[in-house]
Write a protein that binds this ligand. Structure first.
Ligand SMILES: *[C@@H]1O[C@H](CO)[C@@H](O)[C@H](O)[C@H]1NC(C)=O
Ligand SMILES: *[C@@H]1O[C@H](CO)[C@@H](O)[C@H](O)[C@H]1NC(C)=O
Ligand SMILES: *[C@@H]1O[C@H](CO)[C@@H](O)[C@H](O)[C@H]1NC(C)=O
Ligand SMILES: *[C@@H]1O[C@H](CO)[C@@H](O)[C@H](O)[C@H]1NC(C)=O
Ligand SMILES: *[C@@H]1O[C@H](CO)[C@@H](O)[C@H](O)[C@H]1NC(C)=O
Ligand SMILES: *[C@@H]1O[C@H](CO)[C@@H](O)[C@H](O)[C@H]1NC(C)=O
Ligand SMILES: *[C@@H]1O[C@H](CO)[C@@H](O)[C@H](O)[C@H]1NC(C)=O
Ligand SMILES: *[C@@H]1O[C@H](CO)[C@@H](O)[C@H](O)[C@H]1NC(C)=O
Ligand SMILES: *[C@@H]1O[C@H](CO)[C@@H](O)[C@H](O)[C@H]1NC(C)=O
Ligand SMILES: *[C@@H]1O[C@H](CO)[C@@H](O)[C@H](O)[C@H]1NC(C)=O
Ligand SMILES: *[C@@H]1O[C@H](CO)[C@@H](O)[C@H](O)[C@H]1NC(C)=O
Length: 558
């Protein structure tokens, strides 16, 4: 008895000595755990399971059923295995203690204490008291994260974009508390995050992570907060597409970088102040050259926060001294000036009708060909001004040429009267003929023609006239099959009646008589030979005939 007590004492000492190396069994809260007795190496003897100093659970002899004590903590949820391992069902935190398997052998008593450790996984993170916005520079309580009923207590770590946040007591404050439930012995952990935002936190993710020794880390869903900050910079933009010209609308847009952005702005235009509410744009309508200048905008509550932008309104004024319909006489002078007043350098180009001119036209001595519609186009930086005028050069008609020609293989004579003048002169022939025709009027030139069959020698006159005057010219036509004959004299020659010319004319007459004789001789010779049929000779005689006609005509005019 004494000896047994001594042994027990010895064993207790041994037990104390080996506490540090105490065997441990871990069980999950609520599960069934098995606590082995000396790792299942006990084969015989009397085994008693006990806990603490005097808690009996059960006893068992080899080959007998176990006897379970009426300990209220265990009597309904314990059992023993063949190898004397103790089975406890529905373990709770109260079961986290040392259970001792005492084996009484033939000679000795051995005790095998085993530490039972109970763990419980924490609940998923719960976010509460979450705020929506954080103000830059201001410590704000963002949210609380909780996890319930864990053992051991779970840790909570906050992350910002996957980087753990550490409490520094100033910009970041994290206060974590662990509460142990008196009834269950389980711990809940909660952590409050207070955070001072910077502008870089726009769009940042905050997550709460639950860390537990027995489970994988659990992340809350990401929390995203609006980052509020006051405006630091104002900028003014010209929204409309430049360059601007007079009459354009120019829209200005003022923006500030704050969040939320300001809802009102002040626009300053040429000493005028305009506050716009719930908008950040202002439109200048129908700008003029006077609108050129600097424009400014600012915040309503802080006029120092401002921005400005220069606006230039381009203009182009073109004054052409001639406009509309200009009617001038042939040979007159037309003075024309273009005055351009513009905000930049401009280019001027000229067109007459559809043709481009190389330079500005000059009209020192107007010709009929100067008539037309002129277009002056001045352009500069997207601006274009067009000025037009129509020039009409008019003059009384003149006859440039009156000719006659034998119609090929015929006795018909075709008379052609070439006249110049504007408005287009009308023609009057002194004879009735056929195929009366006229060419289109080009640059004041018009050609009239008539076909006649002269029965006798005729003097045919062509009279051309417009409202500015009238002029005529005559030509002699004989029924003979003359060849091409031209009356080359000008109007001037026709009107010559100066006595000083008399001598010349007499001399001319003598020459003419000689020429007629020669011509007649040649003509008769040709007629007799019948050689007039060949073109070559005909041409040869044509020259002669022409001279003859000219002389005859001259004679007639005198
Ligand atoms: C042991 O228990 C079983 C059932 O629990 C019973 O059938 C058996 O008779 C018992 N044996 C003894 C020796 O009491
Ligand atoms: C059961 O426990 C009561 C006290 O709670 C005790 O009086 C009784 O003797 C015990 N019975 C057995 C079989 O151990
Ligand atoms: C958190 O929110 C709960 C209600 O959801 C409220 O009762 C509690 O006071 C809040 N705590 C803090 C610190 O704001
Ligand atoms: C924030 O979280 C969302 C959703 O998980 C993810 O798509 C996004 O990339 C995250 N942003 C950052 C900056 O981590
Ligand atoms: C919980 O935090 C404590 C103290 O910071 C640390 O020693 C322990 O390892 C952490 N546990 C887990 C599971 O991270
Ligand atoms: C300018 O704005 C006014 C009124 O807002 C509008 O009537 C006009 O057509 C605009 N002018 C141009 C060139 O867009
Ligand atoms: C634009 O301004 C000009 C001169 O300032 C004026 O003549 C014109 O009528 C204005 N146009 C409109 C659409 O207001
Ligand atoms: C063009 O400008 C000159 C000088 O500036 C002036 O004398 C002249 O009258 C102007 N001409 C027209 C057509 O405006
Ligand atoms: C031309 O014909 C008209 C009638 O057709 C006639 O009256 C006129 O006398 C004629 N003139 C000449 C010159 O033959
Ligand atoms: C017609 O003129 C030609 C010369 O050109 C002359 O020979 C002829 O005699 C004239 N005839 C009449 C009828 O006058
Ligand atoms: C031709 O012109 C002259 C003056 O140059 C004039 O006397 C004459 O009557 C005109 N003849 C005709 C047919 O018009």
């Amino acid at each position: 008895m004494h000896c047994t007590a001594f042994l027990t004492c010895l064993l207790t000492v041994c037990l104390i000595n080996q506490v540090s190396g105490l065997e441990t069994v871990t069980g999950k809260y609520g599960d069934t755990v098995e606590i082995p007795c000396n790792n299942g190496r006990v084969m015989e003897g009397f085994v008693k399971w006990k806990y603490d100093t005097d808690g009996n659970i059960l006893v068992k002899n080899v080959g007998q059923n176990a006897s379970i004590s009426n300990d209220t903590n265990y009597k309904n949820r314990v059992g023993i295995k063949q190898d004397f391992g103790l089975i406890i069902r529905e373990v709770t935190m109260a079961d986290q203690k040392t259970f001792t398997c005492m084996v009484v052998g033939k000679d000795d008593i051995f005790e095998y204490p085993v530490q039972l450790v109970i763990y419980k996984l924490p609940s998923r993170p719960q976010i509460t008291n979450q705020t929506t916005a954080m103000a830059v520079g201001k410590l704000t309580k963002l949210a609380q994260c909780r996890t319930e009923s864990a053992n051991p207590a779970a840790n909570i770590t906050w992350f910002k974009n996957k980087t753990p946040l550490l409490s520094d007591g100033a910009a970041i404050k994290i206060s974590t508390t662990v509460d142990v439930d008196k009834a269950t012995g389980l711990s809940s952990t909660k952590s409050d995050l207070e955070y001072t935002a910077v502008k870089g936190d726009i769009g940042a993710n905050f997550t709460c992570q639950i860390q537990h020794i027995r489970s994988a880390n659990m992340d809350s869903s990401p929390l995203i907060f609006t980052v509020n900050y006051p405006p630091e910079k104002v900028s003014l933009q010209v929204v409309s597409q430049g360059p601007f010209k007079e009459g354009d609308n120019v829209t200005l847009k003022c923006t500030a970088d704050g969040n939320p952005p300001p809802s009102s702005y002040i626009f300053y235009m040429k000493g005028e102040k305009k506050t716009v509410e719930n908008s950040n744009t202002y439109t200048l309508t129908n700008v003029t050259r006077k609108s050129t200048g600097d424009y400014k905008c600012s915040l309503v509550d802080s006029e120092d926060m401002a921005a400005s932008v220069p606006i230039t309104v381009e203009y182009l004024d073109v004054v052409l001294s001639t406009a509309g319909k200009i009617v001038k006489g042939l040979g007159e002078r037309l003075e024309m000036t273009v005055n351009v007043s513009a905000s930049g350098t401009s280019q001027t180009s000229w067109k007459k009708g559809n043709n481009k001119l190389d330079s500005q036209p000059e009209f020192d001595k107007l010709k009929y060909s100067d008539s037309g519609v002129y277009e002056c186009v001045v352009s500069m930086a997207g601006l274009k001004k067009t000025r037009t005028f129509e020039l009409i050069v008019q003059g009384s008609p003149v006859i440039k040429k009156l000719t006659k020609k034998r119609d090929v293989g015929n006795v018909n004579k075709v008379l052609t009267c070439e006249a110049e003048g504007f408005p287009k002169p009308t023609v009057q022939w002194s004879v009735n003929g056929t195929d009366v025709g006229e060419s289109p009027d080009v640059d004041g030139k018009v050609t009239y023609s008539i076909t006649i069959i002269p029965k006798v020698n005729l003097t045919v006159s062509c009279t051309v006239s417009n409202f500015l005057g009238s002029v005529n010219k005559s030509i002699n036509v004989s029924p003979l099959p003359e060849d091409l004959t031209i009356s080359k004299q000008d109007q001037k020659d026709d009107n010559r009646d100066h006595p000083a010319l008399a001598v010349g004319i007499v001399f001319g007459l003598i020459l003419a008589v000689l020429a007629i004789g020669l011509a007649y001789w040649l003509y008769m010779k040709k007629y007799r030979q019948g050689s007039w049929k060949t073109g070559e000779k005909e041409n040869g005689s044509a020259e002669e005939s022409k001279k003859l006609e000219e002389n005859q005509s001259q004679k007639a005019d005198v």
